[in-house]
Design a protein around this ligand. Structure first.
Ligand code: 13P
Length: 283
């Protein structure tokens, strides 16, 4: 069942667990994630970056794949199809028009005023179409950094202003996480996370879920994190297993066998994450 993320995340926020946002990169990944989440009776958010949309073939292809897999695999858990880091109003509009049920507008590299204006325009377009909206404040760094720049952490007052002025459904405040692998331990600012949570009382999103220790993730959930974004961790699980398979099976050339070699490793990683987040059986 394809749904927007609002109700799912509000429930997780109220009951203090988190929903996994797993990035999808192709049809097989989408199937592996849907099958494991169905098995664990867990709601799930399928995140798709602009790069992945381009790689897969376009917004319509992504929507068709997800809808068809839900139908043909008899997936009954709630599934959100979410644009990850939409970089502009146009990008979010394309996703909404194609049938995505949720979008993230990431105008975090703009000034606060511009971030508010762009995010507001996305909310105005998405909400009447029953599509939920995530925005980012502060700036989550990329793999090139490996460590978060404290100057880019979200300020409490900016988080409050952006949320109140735009009417977004959930907020990603940059508070020490980065995308990709960390250099050392991530330094998450839990005090600020807690403060933002107390003032706003809406679901918060933690990007850069790969490499954050289990205890830190549990603590983040107590501070309002209701959506954890995970991409690199599944990429590593899948590619390590495929690399082993290819090394040990030099004569195999059937792409179905090669791609499928990563299935178990990915499903194990997914299962562990769902248990950690507390979303098993939360359908
Ligand atoms: P990781 O690749 O670090 O898991 O982060 C994923 C993410 O935040 C996608 O928005």
């Amino acid at each position: 069942m394809l749904v927007n993320a609002k109700e799912m995340l509000n429930k997780a926020h109220n009951e203090k667990y988190a929903i996994a946002h797993f990035n999808i990169n192709n049809l097989e990944w989408t199937r592996f994630i849907l099958e494991e989440c169905q098995k664990q009776n867990s709601p799930v958010i399928l995140g798709v970056s602009e790069g992945a949309i381009k790689y897969i073939g376009g917004e319509d292809v992504v929507v068709s794949i997800v809808k068809s897999l839900i139908k043909d695999l008899n997936i009954t858990i709630p599934v959100v199809l979410h644009l990850d880091h939409g970089s502009s109003f146009e990008s979010c509009k394309r996703a909404v028009d194609a049938g995505f049920t949720s979008v993230m507008i990431d105008a975090s590299s703009h000034s606060l005023e511009e971030n508010i204006a762009i995010t507001k325009s996305v909310v105005a377009y998405a909400h009447p179409k029953n599509v939920s909206v995530e925005a980012e404040i502060g700036h989550v760094g990329g793999e090139e950094d490996g460590v978060a720049d404290e100057l880019a952490y979200a300020k409490v007052e900016d988080a409050v202003t952006l949320t109140k002025e735009t009417g977004i459904d959930f907020l990603a405040p940059a508070l020490g996480s980065v995308h990709g692998l960390y250099k050392g331990e991530p330094k998450l600012d839990f005090d600020r996370m807690q403060k933002i949570n107390e003032i706003l009382n809406i679901p918060l999103v933690l990007h850069g879920g790969t490499g954050i220790g289990d205890d830190l993730i549990r603590k983040a959930i107590t501070c309002g994190i209701s959506k954890l974004n995970i991409n690199t961790e599944l990429q590593i699980a899948w590619s390590n297993a495929v690399r082993d398979f290819v090394t040990n099976n030099q004569g195999v050339y059937d792409p179905r066998k090669v791609i499928k070699a990563g299935e178990m490793a990915m499903k194990e990683a997914i299962c562990k994450k769902l248990e950690l987040l507390g979303c098993v059986d939360k359908v």
